[in-house]
Write a protein that binds this ligand. Structure first.
Ligand code: MSP
Length: 535
């Protein structure tokens, strides 16, 4: 049974809330692009969707960065947040909520949540000793450190010894409940490799973790003891709840969780898996709230094998990349080229080659030459062919029909490169089909009906490809749809209602006789940058 749009359940997805210790780098852009793609796919299917992103603004890391710059932490955050908002706009991210953890409404939600956990008896005061990585904002096990007390994630940073009075959260109380959650819901943590990491971590026995700091001003005070400041992670995770609240409602935990809770997917990088897959569900259990649907930990973008990051100083400037190549190019490359869940290296030559091959040649040229032929041979209209009369074994129809199943499944599993590859099989088969069938020569031989059948099949394949790739390359899909004679905008948040999913996802749905638009290249070939001459 297909659900009508109104019946489709709401779908909420989050990115991590990014630290504003620097401008966003391509690693942060990567997660946000992926979340945007999933959100767009669910909108296409007609679900009510809420995509949340935002910034994590408290803690020592931000306080120190602001001090180094000689500005107040708030002024620092305000300045850097703008950089995130600007990048999301450049990358055509259609987010519904942008939460800043310095939002005063957030303080109310954090206090309410804290009180629930406090009332449950899950918070106590104790002494915290250990090695702290300010870049991770996390205590590290001594055995995990690199030589010279360096952090295994921020390999150029040394950890700092701490010995202070903190409040602790009784994570150990939730050992059994967490194990039960992982057993009952095997897809709670994805991909499988990350799930296994978490299972073995939890099996070693859970230790309580500290949720407050002393000697730190930049954060919310602990409600029961204002001499302590809440640990940045305790506050940050709750940002996912504050984000659910409409800005015109007075803040309240009850209200905030009324509509979109539990979140369907928390999309994160693998370095913050423990916080999301262990600490967070335990905190929620303690507060008597349902846990999220799934936590997906993707891999790292690396440069020369090293994690790219602000703290490592080896980042690629996403603003520069998107300004040079455009949002669709950047979105497509990362979704197509890196198997989601695994690490992937960025290489500019590969970037250009992939885009030229897939978008300029295979997809763009296919549309361009077919449209021109339709202009000449079919009076600039979609050929008047009945697609249902085509043989079941028609090569493009057969592939197109299979995509109706495989591509949505790939998106739901966040297997973006599989979705792209599946669509490309249709695009490549269409190029071959066009060459084999040679409609230009059919036309010369006066075989009008045969010419039309061939052109219809190719135009329809391009349409279906554009529809299925629209979550990834909405700008290009818009152009393709316009050239095929539709008036739609894939950036429309109500796209699922504007273009019924069932009317678009299959093969054979291009309306015969529809006037076609002007043919023009949808993606300009990219040139490799000139190598910098060495002195
Ligand atoms: N503030 C925390 C998240 C709190 S969520 C309640 C944080 N912020 S972060 O800015 O350091 O990182 C945000 C995300 O970016 C993480 O998921 C991290 O994995 C991701 N990435 C940071 N560097 C990355 C790469 N080089 N490659 C891919 N993702 C990377 O952690």
């Amino acid at each position: 049974m297909t659900l009508s749009p109104v019946d489709k359940p709401p779908f909420a997805i989050t990115t991590p809330l990014y630290y504003v210790n620097g401008l966003p780098h391509i690693g942060s852009a990567y997660t946000t692009i992926a979340a945007d793609v999933v959100a767009r796919f669910y909108r296409l299917m007609g679900h009510p969707v809420l995509m949340i992103t935002g910034t994590d603004e408290h803690g020592q890391k931000i306080q120190r960065t602001a001090e180094e710059r000689g500005v107040s932490p708030q002024a620092h955050c305000d300045e850097y947040v703008a950089g995130f908002e600007h990048l999301w706009e450049l990358l055509n991210i259609n987010c519904d909520r942008f939460i800043r953890t310095t939002d005063p409404r957030h303080n109310t939600i954090v206090n309410e949540f804290f009180q629930r956990v406090w009332a449950r008896g899950d918070i106590y005061q104790g002494q915290q000793q250990g090695w702290y990585c300010v870049s991770c904002e996390e205590f590290k096990e001594e055995r995990d450190l690199l030589p010279d007390q360096r952090c295994p994630i921020h390999t150029n940073k040394t950890v700092e010894w701490r010995d202070e009075s903190n409040y602790f959260f009784k994570l150990s109380n939730y050992q059994a409940q967490l194990e039960q959650l992982y057993a009952e819901r095997p897809d709670f943590i994805q991909p499988e490799s990350r799930r296994n990491e978490v299972l073995s971590f939890v099996k070693r026995g859970l230790q309580d973790f500290s949720i407050s700091r002393i000697n730190l001003d930049w954060g919310f005070p602990v409600p029961t003891d204002p001499g302590h400041t809440l640990y940045v992670w305790f506050d940050a995770l709750l940002g996912y709840i504050t984000a659910l609240q409409d800005s015109n409602e007075p803040p309240s935990l009850e209200q905030a969780i009324a509509h979109w809770w539990p979140i369907n997917i928390h999309l994160i990088g693998k370095d913050i898996l423990r916080f999301h897959a262990v600490y967070w569900p335990a905190m929620l259990m303690s507060a008597g709230l349902p846990v999220p649907g799934r936590v997906y930990g993707h891999g790292f973008l690396t440069k020369d094998g090293q994690k790219m990051g602000k703290s490592q100083g080896n980042t690629l400037d996403p603003v520069d990349l998107v300004k040079r190549y455009g949002p669709d190019a950047v979105r497509y490359y990362f979704m197509r080229e890196i198997e989601f869940g695994k690490d992937g290296d960025f290489n500019e030559t590969r970037f250009i080659n992939v885009l030229n091959a897939d978008l300029a040649n295979d997809l763009g040229n296919l549309l361009n030459r077919t449209l021109k032929m339709a202009g000449r041979y079919c009076d600039g209209k979609v050929p008047g062919v009945d697609p249902q009369a085509m043989a079941d074994g028609h090569p493009l129809r057969a592939i197109g029909r299979s995509l109706t199943e495989t591509v949505p499944k790939a998106y739901s599993c966040l297997a973006f490169s599989q979705a792209c590859n599946a669509v490309l099989t249709l695009v490549q088969a269409s190029n071959k089909f066009l060459d084999d069938q040679a409609p230009w020569s059919l036309y010369k031989q006066g075989k009008q009906a045969e010419t039309e059948v061939v052109l219809y099949a190719v135009l329809e394949s391009v349409r279906q490809a554009a529809y299925l790739l629209s979550p990834i390359i909405p700008g290009i899909s818009n152009q393709i749809y316009a050239q095929l004679g539709f008036a739609v905008d894939f950036n429309d948040r109500a796209i699922g209602q504007a273009l019924g999913y069932d009317d678009q996802v299959g093969w054979g749905l291009l309306p015969p006789g529809q006037p076609l638009g002007e043919a023009s290249p949808v993606f300009q070939r990219l040139e490799l940058p000139e190598p910098v001459a060495s002195a």
